[in-house]
Design a protein. Structure first.
Length: 159
């Protein structure tokens, strides 16, 4: 027996998606601020990451910029995908060598952020995002090329 949709949940879905995006973006940006500027507890409990240090400084920069972009809903899908990938990289290059499971290797935050950003990249920013205020160019599809939206929506010719 299929589950019946709950009208209140369907009505709240856009707000829930927006709140999820804002909270994940804010928390991620806070990690970047902490690592770059040594505030909010700093990097690994104190201080900041030296400028240009690989991968720490670059990860912190992605955390700050990507977190802010996701937070405000600007270039959300691209920023979320980049953030997801950076957290997957962090998990497999830093945490996974210590143990397989995130609970054992201290990689829970990396795993959670990676999947949260992957969900945001797949679901989009929701209706309450800055990118919704920007004018869309007519006739551009996924490729950004004029006319690609029309070509993608047309059925393939049959032979």
């Amino acid at each position: 027996m299929p589950a019946r949709p709950i009208p209140a949940v369907d009505t709240a879905r856009p707000v829930i998606l927006t709140v999820f995006r804002v909270v994940v973006g804010l928390l991620f940006a806070c990690h970047g601020v902490a690592s770059l500027f040594g505030v909010l507890g700093g990097a690994k409990g104190g201080g900041s990451v030296p400028v240009g240090e690989w991968p720490g400084w670059w990860a912190a920069l992605i955390q700050l910029v990507g977190g802010i972009l996701v937070l405000v809903g600007l270039g959300t899908r691209t920023a979320a995908l980049l953030c997801s990938g950076s957290m997957a990289y962090a998990y497999f290059s830093v945490h996974q060598e210590h143990a397989l499971m995130p609970i054992q290797n201290g990689g829970e935050a990396s795993a959670m952020f990676s999947f949260a950003f992957l969900a945001i990249a797949a679901l989009g920013p929701g209706p309450f995002a800055l990118e919704r205020l920007l004018p869309r160019r007519a006739g551009t599809g996924l490729t950004g090329q004029p006319g690609s939206a029309e070509r993608a929506s047309q059925p393939a010719p049959t032979r």
